[in-house]
Design a protein around this ligand. Structure first.
Ligand SMILES: Cc1cc2nc3c(=O)[nH]c(=O)nc-3n(C[C@H](O)[C@H](O)[C@H](O)COP(=O)(O)O)c2cc1C
Length: 322
């Protein structure tokens, strides 16, 4: 067990925030495989302040997924504080506020939010101090190595964040300029946890148990975030959590197991979003349950291009048997 402030966390596996993916249904589906902490996708502070209904929808959580963090983004600390009030009014069972300091998307960085905040540690301190002092629940931050190759300043930013009062730091081991491509750089964060006073949660290229164990060994991190590597492969979470608890390595999921996971997730997503919306989201997610299995190109294309109803999903799956 580890802690973020006073919040106890039972597994070293954190479900990474992913816009467009980590919906209520996705988080609750993945939770069962051994997730210790779930994080919502990033939520706009201004969206909450303006009372945007779609934004407020993001604040829904369940008791089963707790502890849960709501991730906020915004360039102005006062607005983040106002947003925290709204979060807690709408959903008093939220455990943690996570601040997005890693988003590289120009629409976000242009407003001084996301990874733009990594550029100036002094300003970052003022911003985060205000937020940490204000929030009645623990505040965490998710950062990157730096803005680009020439400005790798994670150590300075981590010191600033710790001084400001954050209770854990998630680090995506890429620069903002890298976006989501290129390799995560773990060598550069060797022994990083030993130099920190709060738990370090590593993120980046988390796809297999063995590689993840190496990354944890290098960084000495307390916890690991599963992002793209868990989409279509919930067994990864089970493998990680089981290894942390017992030291045993579970086998990868079979295709049959993955198909049954897909159906379970489908039903949870339909319940949350309604059938049509669920199917449109599944066009992006369902093919991933077939990654790594031979002769699945046709089925993956069919899922990505023709899914419209639950019945169309079961039809595609049954045709794949023939
Ligand atoms: C589609 C997508 C959406 C993401 N959305 C968010 C987000 O809302 N907030 C955030 O902090 N990180 C976000 N991330 C970053 C992930 O949390 C994670 O740090 C990143 O994908 C690196 O891990 P990976 O290489 O194991 O996928 C997103 C990543 C992807 C691929």
């Amino acid at each position: 067990m580890w802690k973020i402030g006073n919040v106890e966390i039972k597994s070293r596996v954190v479900l990474a925030p992913m816009a467009g993916i980590t919906s209520l249904a996705y988080r609750n589906f993945m939770k069962q495989f051994g997730v210790g902490l779930t994080v919502t996708e990033m939520v706009s502070d201004c969206g909450l302040i303006y009372g945007n209904e779609k934004t407020i929808e993001y604040l829904k959580t369940t008791n089963e997924e707790r502890p849960v963090a709501i991730q906020l983004f915004g360039g102005d600390a006062d607005n983040i504080c106002k947003a925290i009030d709204i979060v807690l009014k709408e959903n008093p069972s939220v455990d943690i506020i996570d601040i997005n300091l890693g988003c590289p998307v120009p629409k976000v960085t242009k407003t001084g939010a996301g990874s733009a905040l990594l550029k100036d540690p002094k300003k970052l301190y003022e911003y985060m101090k205000k937020i940490c002092d204000y929030s009645p629940i623990p505040v965490t931050a998710k950062i990157r190595l730096g803005w680009d190759d020439k400005t790798i300043n994670f150590m300075e930013n981590i010191e600033v964040l710790e001084k400001a009062g954050v209770k854990a730091i998630g680090l995506h081991a890429r620069t903002a300029k890298q976006g989501y491509s290129g390799k995560a750089n773990y060598e550069i964060i060797r022994d990083l946890q030993d130099k920190m006073t709060v738990p370090l949660i590593i993120s980046g290229d988390i796809y297999t148990l063995d590689e993840t164990l190496q990354f944890l060994d290098i960084s000495k991190a307390t916890a690991v975030m599963v992002a793209r590597g868990g989409v279509g492969n919930p067994r990864l979470i089970e493998q990680l959590n089981h290894y942390f608890q017992t030291g045993e390595k579970l086998p990868d999921a079979s295709l049959e197991e993955n198909i049954s996971y897909l159906m379970k997730f489908t039903d949870m997503l339909i319940e949350e979003k309604g059938e049509y919306k669920a199917m449109m989201l599944l066009r992006g997610i369902a093919p991933k349950f077939f990654d790594g299995f031979p002769n699945t190109k046709r089925i993956k294309n069919a899922l990505a291009q023709t899914l419209t109803t639950r019945a169309s999903l079961t039809r595609i799956l049954s045709e794949s048997d023939k």
